[in-house]
Ligand binder design. Structure first.
Ligand code: UDP
Length: 331
């Protein structure tokens, strides 16, 4: 099976490309390297191009002839989306539209989409099922929700088109085998910031808001290891091969940790009592996002292996050390 992977040089995409390679798939990565890295593509070739480049995209689809497209290329930072919504509607909504048009033109009808728990926003109940009301409170979540609407309409209009939309909760950690991980230098996500602070890259970790309606006042998230997430993509591909159906799946472990709990776990794992500073709320943060992933377990046969916050942080911590030594050569 030939798979085109957009964003395959990025954090999550690179873990999936590696896994696809291990499963014997023929993979081509399409990435503009705006946040990804050439060295992260451990399997197959890399085409450096933008999804806004209709000619380049058409050429790749025509020559590579993928059986399916996995679409990771996107902007993913919630506060940035609040400041710069057009970047998010452009990168996430318009570029996905460009991709879908090109796929249609070249007869590619299988699609795996990276969606997000941010589509739920202010969720009415926890844990959140796929049937929960969509109520995004930031442009990032809205940009992904809009794409999901396009996918739904397209699959209704064209019976050949089938997709799986995977709503990721908070992805973290790194491949325990050690060759890839989160390498975006301006990474803003909590676990990455915590281990970078422990390493001394930042003087302190800021805690964005302690007055949320949660037990300790800080936001609660469901942190999922990147390899468990990657595995679900392989299963999603198989699902598209076997079923004549489109479907949406939540991917999380079903329990959440507060920001303060993550800080405590990161201090324990790293052995470093790094300083924190409580500051005001960050724009666009919902108080609590915890997945009900029953459907992914039932329909995809998803069996997560790394449901352990300390293990997730440990892999992120080990990766940070390796990133500094081997990739940047700074220590
Ligand atoms: N957070 C924090 N300090 C940081 C980074 C994140 O307090 O340096 C909080 C953030 O406000 C949110 C939670 O950690 O409540 C998870 O944020 P992250 O950016 O990791 O993921 P998101 O849920 O926004 O996709």
């Amino acid at each position: 099976m030939r798979i085109l992977v957009t964003g395959g040089a990025g954090y999550i995409g690179s873990h999936v490309v590696k896994m696809l390679g291990e499963k014997g798939c023929e993979v081509l990565t399409y990435d503009n390297l705006s946040t990804g890295n050439r060295w992260a593509v451990l399997h197959g070739d890399l085409v450096v191009a933008d999804l806004g480049d209709a000619d380049g995209l058409g050429r790749v689809l025509r020559t590579f002839k993928p059986g399916a497209v996995m679409h990771f290329a996107a902007a993913i930072v919630v506060p940035e989306s609040v400041r710069d919504p057009l970047k998010y509607y452009g990168n996430n909504t318009v570029n996905t539209y460009n991709l879908l048009r090109a796929m249609r033109e070249h007869g590619v009808h299988r699609f795996v989409f990276s969606s997000t728990a941010a589509v739920y926003g202010l969720a009415r109940g926890i844990p959140i099922t796929e049937e929960s009301h969509l109520n995004p409170i930031n442009p990032y979540g809205t940009s992904k929700m809009m794409t999901e609407m396009v996918l739904k309409d397209l699959s209704f209009a064209d019976s050949r088109f089938r997709y799986v939309s995977l709503r990721y909760f908070n992805v973290a950690g790194a491949d325990p085998a050690g060759k890839i991980g989160q390498a975006y230098k301006d990474a803003t996500h909590l676990i990455t910031r915590a281990v970078k602070t422990a390493k001394g890259e930042f003087p302190r970790l800021q805690i964005y808001g302690t007055d949320y309606p949660t037990p300790d006042g800080t936001c609660i998230r469901d942190y999922i290891h990147v390899n468990d997430l990657a595995e679900a993509h392989i299963l999603a591909l198989e699902y598209l091969g076997e079923q004549d159906l489109s479907e949406i799946f939540n991917l999380g472990y079903g329990h959440g940790y507060s920001v303060l709990e993550v800080v405590e776990a990161a201090r324990k794992v790293t052995g470093i009592d790094f300083p924190v500073e409580e500051t005001g709320r960050r724009e666009g943060d919902p108080p609590s996002l915890v997945a009900d992933s029953t459907r992914a377990k039932r329909e995809l046969g998803w069996r997560p292996r790394y449901d352990n916050l300390e293990f997730i942080i440990k892999t992120a911590w080990e990766w940070e050390g390796r990133l500094a030594r081997e990739i940047r050569g700074t220590s």
